[in-house]
Each structure stands twice: as structure tokens, then as C-alpha cells.
Design a protein around this ligand. Sequence first.
Ligand SMILES: [Zn+2]
Length: 268
Amino acid sequence: MNKILKNVFALLFGIIIVSCATVPITGRKQLKLLPDSMIAEMGQSNYATFLKENPAVSPPTRQSSEVTAVGIRISKAVEKYMKDNGLSKQIEGYKWEFNVVDSKEVNAWCMPGGKVVVYTGILPLTKDDAGLAVVMGHEIAHAIADHGNERMSQELAVQAAGIGLQVYMQQKPQMTQDIFLSAFGVGSQLGILGYSRQHELEADKLGLVFMAMAGYDPERAVTFWQEMSKVGGSKPPELMSTHPSDERRIAQIKAFLPEANKYYVTKP
Ligand SMILES: [Zn+2]
């Protein structure tokens, strides 16, 4: 058997081992090539590096305190959902962190392990706590649904075809790092990736459930995305390039509201 064929088999074998993951709430089956422990480790180190290069707002301001408060409520809701559904193991290693970074970028993201960054640039659009809960619930949902691992797996499978995943990652640490960052919506190092349409719609659903459980009216998501769709223009904000806001998205959110409302508790 020649070397290339061997590596293809190694790659396929890897796929078979780790492909049996299921997304909470939607129940969709997903392909994950990378071990969760590796993703968690990359989340931790990349988050620390990011904050070293982009210091968080400190001491806390009124706005950053609001972000932390909303983040804590959503994280509690996520933990409750996972516990109620026997999924706690999936977030075992989570060490939640919420930081606000001073930047004009209209963006927010959550790395694996519950490492959240909200840019000050998005705050004029989120306006209130419920608006913040829309964005944070959605970004945290991407992490809970392991979309980053899925995106990395797809990209790495293409890049590493022929030489094997592990060899590739060892040979190209910088590229692997860049793929990680774009897979989690941190800037657009490669000008590719970002979350797919399917991931967006899925994160919307999970996010609506989490914000509702945290005591925020999920209907706020409709007005938030409607307003986001108006700020496009010739230079759409970062969040818009990875999160297209359109009729279809808003229609799906509306259609999912009755389900999300089942989780809505007005007094958490
Ligand atoms: Zn998203």
C-alpha cells in the first residue's frame, strides 16, 4: 500500500471514530475530526493570547458589567439545559469568562470552554440586556453545538488530504491556528470559513432556548436581527459578514418562537 493511500485510510479511520456526535436541541448528527480536549486546549490558549493583544475593558464599566451579568445568566441556563438533558459531560471543562474589548468592530464570539468576547462596537446595536442576550446566547450556542470543531474538521480534511491530519497540524502550526480562529469567528484570517448558513440557523435556535431559559424574551431576537439587516451598507460589520441577516433568518426565528417560549421564564 503506498503512503498516500495509507494516510487517506488514517484520515477516514479518524472520521469514523469521532463522527458520532449529535447537536443538542436540533439533534443533527455532525462530523468532528478533532478531539474535544484539543479544541478546549486551543480555546484556552487562544483566548489568553487574544486578551493579551486586545486587553479587556478594565476596571469594569457599566456596559462591561452588563455583559458579564447577562453572560452569567445565559451560562447558568446552558448548564441547566445540559443537566436536564443528561448532557453535562459535554461542558464539563467549561470555565466561563466574559470580557468586553474596546473596538469599533461589530462583533462577538465564544471560544470552546465558554470563553466569550463582546466588542464595544456591537453595544449600540444590542441596546439593552435582552439584545445582549440575543447575541451572547447565539455565540455561546455555536460553542455548545461544537460548530468550530466541525468547521475546522471540514477545512483540515481538505488541507490535509494526502498527508494525514496529525502530520499536517504538526507541519503547519500557524495555519492550524488561523483555521481555529476563523472557525470561531475571530476576525477573518483566511477570508473563508465563518459559520455556514446551517450553523447560523442552528445557533439561532439554541440561542433562543438559552436566552429564554435565562429569563429574556426570545422575541427580542426578531427586532435585533431586523435592525442588523439595516446596518449593512457598503461596508457591512464583521458580524454581518459571518451572520447574514435576512428574511429567511428572521422567518425561521419567528417560526421557532413558540418552541422557545416554552422555556421562557419571566422570573429566573
Ligand atoms: Zn453565528
